[in-house]
Write a protein that binds this ligand. Structure first.
Ligand SMILES: *Cc1c(COP(=O)(O)O)cnc(C)c1O
Length: 357
C-alpha cells in the first residue's frame, strides 16, 4: 500500500530494519547513551532555549497533550485554547476533564486564526495558551509568530502541540518563546507509533517542579528525573526509541532539520501543482506542508477514499464527522517522494476518467 495518511506513515528501509529484531534490554549504559543523544538531538532540532529538557513518553501523541495539561498547568491558571478542529477540541476536552479554568477560541473549520480572534483576550489575566500549531484535521497551519507575540505581550505561557508540524513546518521554540513543544513518533518522524516527545523550557520545568503530582504514568517530574541518566520510569517502547535515534541521526547527517523541512515542503508543492487541473478545491487557509485538505466537487470524499484503498492500493486520509463526505486529506510526511505523488495523481486522473471524481 502507498500511504498518504498523516500517521502512521511510511518509514525508510533503514528504519524498518531497526524493528526487525527482538527488543533489546534497556536498563543498560548503552541504551542510556542513546537516549541522551535522542534528547540532545530533539532539543537541537526544536531550537530549544538553553537549559531546556526533553522527555520521551510511551504513549500516542494524546498522552503528551494530557501530560502538559496535568503537569504544566495548575489550578491558578486561566487558559486559552485555540479550537479549530478535532485536535483543538481534544485540548478543550482535556481541560474540561482536568477541571482547568479555560476559554476556547472556536474557529470555523479550515479557517486561519487572525489577530482579531485573540484581541478580546488581551489584558484579561490569561496565563497559558494551548495551540495545535498545525490543526491536522483541517490542514491549517496557524500563524505562530502572531500567537507568540500575543503571548509575550500578555505574559502568557505558550504550550505548542507540534505533533504534525515538527519537521514539516518551520518551528523555533526559542524564537517563539514557547514554554513547551510536543511531537509524536508516527508523524513526520516517520517511525512506529508509541512514543510522544515533550520538550520543556526552563519556565515549564519550574512549573513541573512546583505543581502537585496528579498522575503516575504521565508524570513529567518522574520522566525528567529518570531522563537525567538516559532512562525512563517504566518500560518504554524500546524499538520505537531506537528508530527515533536512527531517524534523528540520519536527519543530522543529511543537512539537518531545515533540509528535512525543505524536502517535505517540496513534496507538498509538487503535489499541489500536480492536481491543479482536477476538480479538487484546496480546502484550508494557510496550509501546513504536512498535509493538503481537499474538497472534491462531487462531495464524495468517503467514496474516493474507499476506491483508492480497494482498487489502487493507495491510502489517502479520510475526514470524520460532518466532513466525511466533503473533505479528504493527502499527507506529505513520511518516506514519500514526488514519484509517489505522481502515482496518486495518476490514480486521481483515472477516477476523473471514470467520472467518480
Ligand atoms: C496526530 C496528532 C495528535 C495525536 O494523536 P494520537 O493519535 O494520540 O497520536 C495530536 N495533535 C495533533 C495536531 C496531531 O496531528
Amino acid at each position: 500500500m502507498l500511504n498518504f495518511t498523516v500517521g502512521p506513515v511510511m518509514s525508510a528501509e533503514d528504519i524498518l530494519e531497526v524493528a526487525n529484531h527482538s527488543t533489546p534490554y534497556f536498563r543498560t549504559p548503552e541504551f542510556s547513551a542513546l537516549m541522551l543523544e535522542n534528547e540532545n538531538l530533539m532539543l537541537e532540532f526544536l531550537h530549544a532555549p538553553a537549559q531546556s529538557r526533553c522527555v520521551f513518553l510511551t504513549s500516542s501523541g494524546t498522552g503528551a497533550m494530557e501530560s502538559l495539561v496535568m503537569n504544566v498547568l495548575n489550578a491558578q491558571d486561566k487558559v486559552l485554547v485555540i479550537n479549530g478542529g478535532s485536535f483543538g477540541q481534544r485540548f478543550v476536552e482535556l481541560c474540561a476533564l482536568h477541571c482547568k479554568n479555560f476559554t476556547e477560541i472556536k474557529l470555523p473549520f479550515g479557517r486561519a486564526l487572525k489577530q482579531e480572534h485573540l484581541e478580546p483576550y488581551a489584558g484579561q489575566g490569561y496565563t497559558a495558551l494551548l495551540v495545535n500549531m498545525h490543526e491536522t484535521s483541517s490542514g491549517v497551519l496557524y500563524n505562530m509568530p502572531m500567537i507568540a507575540a500575543f503571548c509575550r505581550k500578555n505574559r502568557i505561557l505558550l504550550l505548542v502541540d507540534a505533533i504534525s508540524a515538527f519537521l514539516a513546518d518551520k518551528l523555533d521554540m526559542e524564537a517563539l518563546g514557547a514554554a513547551a513543544v510536543i511531537t509524536g513518533s508516527q508523524k513526520a518522524l516517520a517511525v512506529q507509533p508509541g512514543i510522544s516527545v515533550v520538550a520543556l523550557s526552563p519556565a515549564a520545568l519550574a512549573r513541573v517542579e512546583e505543581n502537585p503530582e496528579l498522575c503516575m504514568y504521565l508524570s513529567l517530574k518522574e520522566a525528567l528525573v529518570n531522563g537525567v541518566r538516559g532512562q525512563t520510569p517504566f518500560t518504554p517502547a524500546v524499538t520505537t526509541l531506537l528508530q527515533i535515534h536512527k531517524r534523528l541521526t540520519s536527519i543530522r547527517e543529511s543537512g539537518g532539520v531545515e533540509a528535512e523541512q525543505r524536502r517535505i515542503s517540496a513534496v507538498a508543492n509538487h503535489f499541489r501543482c500536480g492536481i491543479q487541473d482536477l476538480p479538487l478545491e484546496q480546502f484550508s487557509e494557510s496550509p501546513s506542508n504536512a498535509v493538503t485538505a481537499l474538497r472534491p466537487a462531487k462531495q464524495n470524499a468517503k467514496e474516493i477514499f474507499r476506491i483508492l484503498k480497494d482498487e489502487y492500493q493507495i491510502w489517502i486520509c479520510p475526514n470524520g464527522g460532518i466532513w466525511a463526505d466533503s473533505v479528504f486529506r493527502v499527507g506529505h510526511i513520511g518516506f514519500i517522494t514526488e514519484h509517489d505523488n505522481s502515482t496518486l495523481i495518476h490514480a486521481l486522473h483515472d477516477l476523473r476518467q471514470r467520472e467518480i471524481l
